[in-house]
Design a protein around this ligand. Structure first.
Ligand code: PXP
Length: 245
């Protein structure tokens, strides 16, 4: 099974927003990525639109229509405005994330005990619109057991702990925890995505876990591109996911 590499374009949007013009253009970078063979485009529009704007969602949707097979993944907290945008744009996948509006970045998965009842009708609504749903989750066995009851199609494992452990002797046990979580989710019939703090150095080892359907990577793609150039970095990611497939 090949893992889909989805680039999160929020950091390009952040750079663009720091000046008044459409430069760098999110759509141009996304187009370049697709031309290089990237199969997934991700945005995480927050309510204050400080990175990705809602208009970016429609721009990337247009690009996906131009390049059939390219998937649009929209992440975020399910406010009614967010859900309306995801549905209007007909995203391929919506990754629901429990982040507060002012949070710098996502830093924990859903607590299904607390939020399961709130999520169920939202997941149903998105699925009725033909949108696949993924829930951002910690690799916590109790939470993974509960997540199936929400009706979600997939989970996205929050990989910061793995990334933090990468250069330590904790990497092996931490990776085993993620592997167990993925195996557990698979046994419940759920697809498994992964994301957060993945990079060119740590991705291949994470993908020793079988059956990861998609990785969504943003911050590192941009930092690595400053050092090595966007095309070069994108090609290296594609090589890593291809070797896995
Ligand atoms: N997945 C989710 C749910 C996120 O919120 C983010 C960051 O926006 C990512 C993946 C990508 O993380 P990173 O930018 O560290 O690659």
């Amino acid at each position: 099974m090949t893992t889909l590499f989805s680039i999160n374009f929020n950091k390009i949007a952040l750079l663009r927003n720091s000046r008044g013009r459409d430069y760098p253009s999110v759509q141009s970078f996304a187009r370049r990525a697709v031309e290089l063979g990237v199969g997934g485009l991700t945005l995480h529009p927050r309510p204050d639109q400080r990175h990705a704007r809602y208009s970016d969602v429609f721009d990337l949707k247009a690009l996906c229509l131009e390049f059939p097979g390219t998937e649009l993944n929209i992440e975020g907290y399910p406010t009614s405005k967010f859900l309306d945008i995801v549905i209007e744009a007909q995203a391929d996948q919506c990754t629901l994330v429990p982040d507060a509006p002012d949070q710098i970045t996502s830093d924990h998965g859903w607590d299904i005990q607390k939020n399961g009842d709130m999520l169920k009708p939202i997941i149903k609504r998105l699925q009725r619109e033909g949108i696949r749903v993924s829930l951002f989750m910690d690799p916590d066995p109790e939470q993974i057991e509960l997540v199936k009851s929400t009706g979600t199609d997939r989970i996205e494992l929050y990989t910061e702990e793995y990334a933090d452990s990468f250069h330590t002797d904790q990497c092996k046990p931490v990776l085993e925890k993620y592997e167990k979580a993925a195996t557990h989710a698979h046994s419940l019939g759920l697809g498994v995505n992964a994301g957060h703090d993945l990079n060119l150095e740590n991705l291949a080892r994470f993908l020793t876990i079988d059956g990861i359907k998609e990785v969504s990577i943003g911050h590192a793609v941009i930092v690595e591109s400053l050092l090595m150039g966007f095309d070069n970095v994108v090609r290296q990611y594609l090589e890593i996911v291809k070797q896995k497939g």
